[in-house]
Design a protein around this ligand. Structure first.
Ligand code: ADE
Ligand code: ZN
Length: 337
C-alpha cells in the first residue's frame, strides 16, 4: 500500500513553502548567512518539534524562517520541496508563501518571490511538475499591512494566482480581511483561506460569504455545523485537509479520530495535503500512509481523494483534463475502479 500511495499521481493544494524547510537546510542556510541558531544539531531541532497547539508551532516556524535571506535561499527552499514532490509523484502543486514573514525582517518582496518563481519554473521544465503560487496574508497582522503587501505584490501579478490567509486563527476572523480580499478579487486573483482548523465552523461560513473563497484550507471543524456541511456538499466546495498537521497540532488527539474519511463518504470534496511537512513528520505520501494505517484508507478512497485535488486545482480546463487523465491511467493500470 505504501508503494501504491507513493506511485499514485497526486496534487498538493495546501503547502507552506516555509514549512518545508528541513532542519538540514536550516543549518546550511544559517551557516551561509552567518546566523546563530538556538540549536546545536539537527537532532535538537527535531526534538523541539512538539506542539500543544497552532501557536506553539507558529512561534518555532517563524523563527526557523529567519535563515531565509537571499533569492538563492528561497530558490533552494522551493527546489528541495519540488524534489520531494518528484520522488512522491506529486505532479501538480499550489504552494503558499508568507511574504510578510520576510518583508518584516527587511527582506525585499521581490527577493522572496523571484527565488520561488525561478524554482517553480525550473520544476516545470526539469521535473515536469506544474504549479501555481498562492500569496498568504498573516492574519495576526492588521488589514493595512495586508493591503501594503498586496500593493508590493502587484508588479509580480503574473507570478501568483491567488491570495490566502494563514497564521493564528483564533481571534483573527475572516471579516478582518474582507476588504483586502475584495481588492485582490478585483485584481483578478482567486482566494482561499485557512478556516475551521482551530477556529469555529462560523469562520468557514465567513470565509465563504465574506472572502468568497474558492477552497477552504483545513475546514475540519465544519462537522460541528450540519447546515454548513450540507452547503459544502451541495456546492462542491473543496477542503484542503492536512492529516499529520491536525494530529501534530492537537486538532485531533489521534489519527483514528480524524474525520476526513467520514467527510469523503458524505460527499464533501476533501483533499489530502502536507501543510508544513518539515515540522509535522511527512510529505504527501506519509499523509496518505497515515490515513491507511489509522483508518484503513482503501485504494478506491485514495484515488478519489487524489481526483478531488485535480478537480479543484487552479488550472485551465485542458490542463486539468490532462492531469486527470494521468490519474485515470494509473487507476486503470492498478485495477482500481
Ligand atoms: N502557517 C503555516 N502553517 C499553518 C497552519 N497549519 N495554520 C495556520 N497558519 C499556518
Ligand atoms: Zn496551512
Amino acid at each position: 500500500m505504501h508503494d501504491f500511495l507513493n506511485r499514485l499521481p497526486k496534487a498538493e493544494l495546501h503547502l507552506h513553502l516555509e514549512g518545508s524547510l528541513e532542519p538540514e537546510l536550516m543549518f546550511e542556510l544559517a551557516q551561509r548567512n552567518g546566523i546563530q541558531l538556538p540549536y546545536v544539531s539537527v537532532e535538537e531541532v527535531r526534538a523541539a518539534y512538539q506542539f500543544g497547539n497552532l501557536q506553539d508551532f507558529l512561534d518555532i516556524y517563524y523563527q526557523g524562517a529567519e535563515v531565509l535571506q537571499t533569492e538563492q535561499d528561497f530558490y533552494d527552499l522551493t527546489w528541495a520541496y519540488l524534489q520531494r514532490c518528484s520522488e512522491q509523484n506529486v505532479i501538480h502543486t499550489e504552494p503558499f508563501f508568507d511574504p510578510q514573514t520576510h518583508t518584516d525582517r527587511g527582506i525585499a518582496f521581490e527577493t522572496v518571490i523571484n527565488g520561488i518563481d525561478r524554482a517553480l519554473r525550473d520544476g516545470r521544465q526539469q521535473l515536469g511538475i506544474s504549479s501555481r503560487l498562492i500569496l498568504c496574508f498573516l492574519r495576526h497582522l492588521d488589514e493595512s499591512a495586508a493591503f501594503e503587501t498586496l500593493q508590493q505584490a502587484m508588479p509580480h501579478r503574473d507570478k501568483f494566482i491567488a491570495v490566502g490567509l494563514d497564521s493564528s486563527e483564533r481571534g483573527n476572523p475572516p471579516e478582518k480581511f474582507a476588504r483586502v480580499f475584495a481588492a485582490a478579487r478585483d485584481a483578478g486573483l482567486l482566494t482561499v483561506a485557512h478556516a475551521g482548523e482551530e477556529g469555529p465552523a462560523a469562520y468557514i461560513r465567513d470565509a465563504l460569504d465574506l472572502l468568497q473563497v474558492s477552497r477552504v484550507d483545513h475546514g475540519v471543524r465544519a462537522v460541528e455545523d450540519e447546515a454548513l456541511m450540507q452547503r459544502l456538499i451541495d456546492s462542491g466546495m473543496a477542503l484542503t485537509v492536512c492529516p499529520l498537521s491536525n494530529t501534530k497540532l492537537q486538532v485531533f488527539s489521534d489519527m483514528r479520530q480524524h474525520n476526513i474519511l467520514q467527510m469523503l463518504a458524505r460527499g464533501v470534496k476533501v483533499t489530502v495535503n502536507s501543510d508544513d511537512p518539515a515540522y509535522f513528520g511527512g510529505y504527501m505520501t506519509e499523509n496518505f500512509v497515515a490515513l491507511y494505517e489509522a483508518l484503513g484508507l482503501s485504494k478506491t478512497q485514495a484515488v478519489q481523494l487524489s481526483r478531488n485535488a485535480f478537480e479543484v486545482a487552479f488550472v485551465s480546463e485542458p490542463e486539468k483534463q490532462a492531469l486527470l487523465a494521468r490519474l485515470d491511467r494509473f487507476a486503470a493500470d492498478e485495477g482500481v475502479g
